[in-house]
Design a protein around this ligand. Sequence first.
Ligand code: ATR
Length: 273
Amino acid sequence: IDQYAVFGNPIKHSKSPQIHTAFAEQTGQALHYRAHKVEVGRFADAAAQFFKNGGKGLNITVPFKLDAYDFADELSGRARRAGAVNTLALGDDQRIYGDNTDGVGMVRDIKDNLGWEVHNRRILILGAGGAVRGILGPLLKQAPTQVTIANRTAEKAQTLAEMFAERGEVQGGGFDGLAGRQFDLIINGTSASMSGDLPPLPSQLLSNEGCAYDMMYGAEPTPFMRWAAAETAWAVSDGLGMLVEQAAESFCIWRGVRPDTKPVIDMIRQSLS
Ligand code: ATR
């Protein structure tokens, strides 16, 4: 039976085994998927061992997405632009292919599952770390009116904006430049939620039908989601759908079959509460 795994550290709370096992059952694919905790600094050894033992594909989560980028023999364009790899696949030629499915996963969740518009919309992204770099390419591909990246460290947002300048209308800066501006979609890509924090946001950032999306998820709404609800956002979502969609895209790369994500999102949602 074909072997797959997710490598990360910590890995205990990973939903990926549940998600991929559900995909496999649903599509009638015979495979085994497990979570594996890798010691920091040991990624390349562990991944080499995995593929040597017949493993077919890996998902990679924190803190190894850069190690996976270096490990891959071949990178997709979107992985190169993201500067990170979350999916490794063994090719028929025995080479290891690196891809990044986070950005397309998020766009698919926003457009297809939530039914929100991205095209011709003004988008604000909070944060300028690895998570945000991973979504910028796929987001700009939807041809929004413009994308503004706001970050605590303004220079990091500016650097990211410059990196993606040829792919669309994108600018970067600090939070203090946001007062008086309006956006149709705000995406929180900071890790502030994890410590219960909220970036300092002015009021009335959201347009009339403005939506708010947090890339984080949990049993409870994040501080950013509560802020958006209080700002009377038209719709608010966490990033659970993104998690399942990026997994579906990986599954598709490995198996050539696209699973139906809806029942799996519902299942994982129920397991949170
Ligand atoms: P990730 O891979 O999850 O993106 P990262 O690269 O460390 O992790 O980036 C974390 C992001 O969250 C950064 O944009 C960080 O802002 P800085 O670049 O100024 O460090 C942002 N962040 C983390 N904690 C924050 C907080 N309490 N308030 C605002 N932004 C925060």
